[in-house]
Design a protein around this ligand. Sequence first.
Ligand code: ATP
Length: 404
Amino acid sequence: EASGPAERSDPAVRVEDLRVEYGSTTALDGVDVTVEEGEFFTLVGPSGCGKTTTLRCLAGFEEPTAGSIHIAGESMAGVPPESRGIGVVFQSYALFPHMSVGENVAYGLRFSGPPEGTTKHERVEELLELVDLPGFADRDPDTLSGGQQQRVALARALAPEPRLLLLDEPMSALDARLRERLRVQVREIQRELGITTVYVTHDQEEALSVSDRVAVVDGGRIEQVGRPRELYDAPATRFVAEFLGDNNVFAGSVVAGGDRVRDAAAARDDGGDPLRLRVDGGGTLPLPSDVAEDARDGDRLVVCVRPERIRVHASGDGDREGERAGDRVGGNGGTGRGTGADPDGALLATTVESTEFLGDATRLHCDWNGVAVTVRTDGSRSFDVGEPVTLGVDRADVRVVERS
Ligand code: ATP
């Protein structure tokens, strides 16, 4: 089905069971990825996880040990890089220093020539316009800033109207502020052209901020694929939970109903107390109702709770948590969470161990009977080191990421 002419239903890219071995090193251990037409798709993962190798296989610079790659339904087996209709931008600028900016962009047209109805000169001007460098054609690359050089490299990659754009950490040599600006520009250009793009980065924030969908890669395998919010809110594995932003990860055993240990299934059938997790070395956390389905007393689970989902208020003022909205610092930055605390939620008695002022927020590192809990508050109230605080955790914010 896959190697005939492109059909409407063919995804822009389909990678199946891709394997790459270098001697005894397995760089890719069976990667499956589908990228839809016009998507901005990102591969994110730690150094050495196989992101670049995947991209090199797509580009045709690397021959996979096994597996297949189809672009618009067409098998790429034996197809050389220049015949794949792909534009690539690498980490290093890789502009030719002895050529002008315009000549560098024109170099991108060496195989294809300018699109029909335009001259090479017009095409170069059009592309420099697109990357917001009009009038730069005669400049030397070394008179340009790093961000500008990367935009020239992008113009050169886009010159022959590729059907697929591959970006390998194109911002990593730039400072933080420039990187943020460039990624917004790249995303705007990508949208304007509607070009299918596969982007590689080790920076989780970058991945979440620019992508339609993200694949989290670890050890030559894809851990999870999803929209940024899905991955952030509902990580499927512990690795994804910890790699994408701050997270509290707790391991423990299932118990039914707070401190009373009884049969979990019976508790559920009674419509009684919700299941809880007795965290190793600490207290208990409530489990979300969907987990209760097949959980049994004593099951081992690993759960996570995002620091910004935990509410914090001063202990010892005698209030029941949730009754005074003024105490409800933290929360989720005003995205519409109600003020009523989950009646089945948990109240954790902790002590502030250290604080980090982040400008728009404060991070508190708390001690919960010897278990570390990180909380992100909105910074409207400051907390002192050594201060006892009560943390509120809703059941719905407890996410199971491992079962055994
Ligand atoms: P980074 O973010 O550091 O670039 P990456 O996720 O892109 O990392 P890859 O460059 O794809 O990782 O490398 C995956 C694995 O394959 C690594 O363990 C790497 O050392 C190994 N590897 C890559 N290229 C080669 C090669 N030519 N010969 C031997 N091993 C290689």
